[in-house]
Design a protein around this ligand. Structure first.
Ligand code: BG6
Length: 297
């Protein structure tokens, strides 16, 4: 056991919050609640698994995912911060999904198990004032995720984008429908970031899809007839929703994603990106929160 893992011991709760060696020898937390289980890697504070009893896993994980301390994990819930998308000379989607987070709190009730991970980032650089991230993961009848950003600088504003990049496991993308975005403006990244308005009451995915919906706080429902399951994404303090599926050519071009995995996944991501990026005054904080519910039909 490493020194860091030894320091975690007092926060572990036998049978409810346990530490295991995950893929790539990276440490992961295993949460057990009354009727669900979850797994979180300290690498990137990455939730890789959530499953209710008698239900299929909620989150898609690529069988081709890398598990290395300098690479993001493919699937689950990557944490995107403080920028969204590619950036010249820097890693796409920011630097926290490959950072080493620390477990700082754990708690249980009869039905729920929760942990809080922290990135005491203290990055006081020309671009990023000092800030601290805390991420609470609550496994129960639903999966709740709360990302708190605190601007710990006393003098500088913190401007950032953030996104909980949830990959949902689905039975078949061809039959899957998404509701909750009708009438919302979006940037179509597959069509040169053209600004469009969503007209469909139910969105079907029929090809590569990469849409950034802006100024929307609505819940989104994913209906997956193949697995007879509905997933509801409910969010707070989030003004953007991103819908992504790489489809055939992009799946083939991605080294850490299987060529034939695209029909089994759909990303419906919640955050504050692009024109919805946030500004935190010195000393201020903000929390992006999600509740992911699934029901059979
Ligand atoms: C989505 C972006 O959020 O993430 C896509 O809108 C991107 O453009 C996808 O391809 C995956 O990104 P990455 O960096 O994890 O390969």
């Amino acid at each position: 056991m490493t020194d860091k893992e030894t320091a975690l011991q007092p926060l572990l709760i036998s049978g409810r919050v346990e530490m295991r060696t995950g893929n790539g020898h990276l440490p992961k937390l295993v949460l057990t609640a009354a009727r669900s289980t979850a797994e979180i890697y300290l690498h990137g504070a990455h939730v890789t698994h959530f499953q209710k009893q008698n239900e299929r896993p909620l989150l898609f994980m690529s069988a081709q995912s890398l598990f290395a301390s300098d690479k993001p994990i493919r699937g689950g819930v990557p944490l995107i911060f403080p920028w969204f998308g590619p950036r010249d000379g820097a890693a796409a989607h920011g630097f926290v999904r490959t950072a080493a987070w620390s477990l700082v709190e754990s708690s249980v009730t009869d039905n729920e198990t929760s942990v809080t991970l922290e990135l005491a980032q203290a990055a006081d650089s020309a671009e990023w004032p000092a800030h601290r991230l805390r991420y609470r993961v609550i496994a129960g009848e639903t999966l709740r995720l709360e990302l708190e950003t605190a601007n710990t600088s006393l003098t500088r504003e913190l401007k950032y984008e953030e996104c909980l990049h949830t990959y949902f496991a689905i039975g078949d993308i061809h039959a899957t429908r998404i509701t909750g975005l009708q009438g919302v403006h979006y940037l179509d990244k597959v069509d040169h970031f053209t600004e469009k308005t969503e007209t469909a009451p139910e969105i079907a995915i029929t090809g590569e899809t990469d849409c950034v919906y802006l100024n929307t706080t609505s819940s989104v429902t994913i209906t997956d007839p193949a697995w007879r399951r509905q997933i509801v994404v409910e969010k707070s303090d989030s003004n953007s929703t991103v819908v992504w599926n790489p489809w055939i050519a992009k799946a083939k071009a991605m080294a850490d994603f299987g060529d034939d995995e695209y029909p089994q996944m759909l990303c419906v991501e919640s955050g504050n990106v692009d024109g919805n990026r946030l500004t935190l005054a010195p000393g201020a904080n903000a929390t992006l929160a999600l509740e992911l519910r699934s029901e059979a039909f």
